[in-house]
Ligand binder design. Sequence first.
Ligand code: ADP
Ligand code: MG
Length: 696
Amino acid sequence: MAKVQEIYGKLVFDEHTMQERLPSATYKQLMRTIKEGEPLDIEVANVVAHAMKEWAIEEGATHYTHWFQPLSGITSEKHDSFIDPIDDGHAIMSFSGKELIQGEPDASSFPSGGLRATFEARGYTAWDPTSFAFIKDEVLCIPTAFCSYNGEALDKKTPLLRSMRAVHEQANRVLALFGEPHQRVVATVGAEQEYFLISEDDYKKRLDLMLTGRTLFGYAPCKGQELEDHYFGAIRPTVNNFMKELDDELWKLGVPAKTKHNEVAPCQHELAPLFANANRAIDQNLLTMEEMRLLASHYNLVCLEHEKPFEHINGSGKHNNWSLAADGKNLLEPGDHPMSNLRFLVFLAGVIQAVDDYQELLRMTAASAGNDHRLGANEAPPAIVSMFLGDDLGQVVDALIQDKDYTSHGPTEMDLGVAELPNFLQDNSDRNRTSPFAFTGNKFEFRMPGSEQNLSDANMVLNTAMARSLKKFADEMEGVGEDGFRSAALAYVKRTLRDHQRIIFNGDGYSDEWPEEAHRRGLADHRTTADALPCLVDQKSIDLFSEFNVLDEAEVRSRYEVKLEKYNKTMNIEIRTMKRLVRRDYLPAINRFAAEIAENTWKIKQMLPDAPVEPQEKKLKTLVDGAAKINELLSRLHELHYASLEVADQQERANMNAHQIIPVMDDLRDAVDAMEIIVAREQWPVPTYNEILFYA
Ligand code: ADP
Ligand code: MG
């Protein structure tokens, strides 16, 4: 244990290190910037930069980088060494305040959705002192925001930070009404990361996995997840070693990795950290994903972060646990008597209103080519956003809606009937894995996001929509005198719950009846990314983001463009990979095997004219028919692909990809998979699911 305490946060320039290394006045000023958002002047930055550099060099760093998240959602870095040559032929190591607070990467190759004309290729990175700098592979990484020459956000972090400020401001107005003013309200996030680990040897033999992150072909393995023996099962030794190293590396980086276990699907695992403020939690999640990919190679493994690497078994999500904390107090903590916990009810009603009013935007944040294969596939929540409150809170809300009284049972004690076992308290919030947005005791768990996604968008929407709910409440209540406040607030809560009760659904989200019921309730059901993206540029969304200064209209439109383009580009890569594999690997293998059967059967007939060769002939026919069908589907895919490339409008192209091309890709896959199970194993050109998913 001592070891963990020694290494934890070792590679992070955190509050503790700052306090140790900075002159006390500088430390205090920096804390005011971090905690209260006070601007930071260059003198202070110079002192911080110097201390940071000295510390980093002691920890073995030679370079620094501004670490940022362009609109692709993945992290970017460009390493600059600290080296500063001097006249006598030696070099000193230098790092100035200016270099700390501002960088100027060439922005021309990052997606900007039309925000940045090429003649204005300059982009700036700006230090985000609220997320600690850290050392990764001898490089001092400084978390930064990334914006264009004109100050438009070109990244994921900037609007997230703006949304955090918005929710902080509005929550403070509400808290002031409760006599608790001037608090620091932050959105908190705990991101549960699912992933697959497979052997590097298999991976290298699968072009589809290498180029697209998922298998475009593959028949269901003989054994899937039906025995439910993988979930929480004993972890295989190689994987266990990987997980141990991963924990160690993450702890050094100050990432509070907490829980690790095997997931439902074979080869699937999960890592959950302790929650942190949303900005830091997202940086830490990105770091976690990067470490996972990197460290897997130490064990001849490959970490797959795609949402659906394998058909027929579960895909991977990234549950976004979210709440608001005021000076460290969780505002979604119901306490033992939620019915009389008015502050909690106001915040709860705020979330319900936010999720109902902006259900489409929330759905949009989880939209990606990869996640389309997961949402609604009866393993992940459906593409319809709804909220689950659990028994107790559900009854509280029902009572409020119906204007009735209700006393919570409080936690009940469970007696297991075995004297030796301790009795324990039964949690009030039960589990409903089928709900996209579930209350889990003192936070909400948004389960739609995919494993590969950057959670900034989801939290930006949540925070902003929540800021709006809180603003509406504060606007209405600030005119009410202190005496009338509690009854007015309660009436407000009841009205809000009544207006938004359609979003609450405590039943089975996987059932066939739910989509019908949801449609009757008027809930949005956007099945694909192509359908989900347009709401981003609805006037309603633009108004929301501009009201809270999170994104202006140009920034919103650019994000929409980037998402559309990314979807279409991903589809283009998948289609090309699919065609290439069919032409060059699968068809030749099928034809070769068919020819071999034909030849052998012919030889048998020569020697034994009466031999029973019907099975061979039948198989040959199946192979020949199969190849013909594959050829036909391949031509169809090819034509549609070329037609889609002619469609200049990106939304139209996305629609075509989602609604015309994907069905053909599915058929082509099925046709190839049907051949996989009859072609001789050693002649099949790639490792199959049985081999990939069940390695030693
Ligand atoms: P489970 O989902 O199995 O119930 P936990 O409730 O322990 O697991 O936590 C799941 C994730 O939610 C963890 O990352 C945890 O740190 C995070 N979490 C817990 N409380 C909060 C909170 N107030 N805000 C945000 N995330 C939280
Ligand atoms: Mg969970």
